[in-house]
Design a protein around this ligand. Structure first.
Ligand code: SME
Length: 157
């Protein structure tokens, strides 16, 4: 069980403020992705991977992240990340073993949350969070991460 000393809302408010602060005035998308991945890693408990894949030449390519080294290229439509990119929709997966085509970069991963980063209706990247706990990600996490990405999209590409 998590022992949160602050509420989920407060946690996501704090994360949002920190992400706005570190990306403020910085136009480089890679630098901003690196700092946002580091902030998520620092703020959000029970993750084994947090980072970005960018859409480059019609595939997903590994971007800035925290965690173990990971799969470098993922076809659009493949796995959880590729599904999020293809459908431009959040994928919140309680049990990755039950997700058809899940790509196991880290065998410890049990649940996953992937949020597309889209500009003018086009997916330019995805934020991928993995947890070693089954069913780690709540609707509050989905909404918090979606709001975070929405607030800083123009800093990510
Ligand atoms: N599990 C992901 C691949 C990326 S890693 O988790 C970092 C997927 O199925 O898309």
């Amino acid at each position: 069980m998590h022992d949160f000393t602050i509420s989920q809302d407060q946690l996501y408010d704090d994360l949002m403020s920190a992400a706005r602060a570190v990306t403020d005035g910085e136009p480089d998308a890679i630098a901003n992705m690196a700092n946002v991945a580091a902030l998520i890693w620092q703020y959000i408990p029970d993750l084994n991977w947090a980072g970005f894949y960018r859409v480059l030449d019609d595939e997903l390519v590994l971007g800035p992240f925290q965690g173990k080294s990971a799969c470098i290229r993922i076809a659009i439509g493949k796995g959880v990340c590729g599904t999020a990119a293809e459908t431009n929709s959040v994928q919140r997966v309680a049990d990755v073993h039950a997700f058809p085509g899940h790509i196991a970069c880290d065998a410890d991963s049990r649940s996953e949350l992937v949020v597309p980063v889209s500009k003018d209706g086009k997916v330019i990247a995805v934020l991928d969070l993995d947890s070693p706990l089954p069913n780690r990600f709540s609707l509050a996490d989905q909404n918090g991460m979606t709001a975070l990405i929405g607030a800083i999209t123009n800093k990510l590409g």
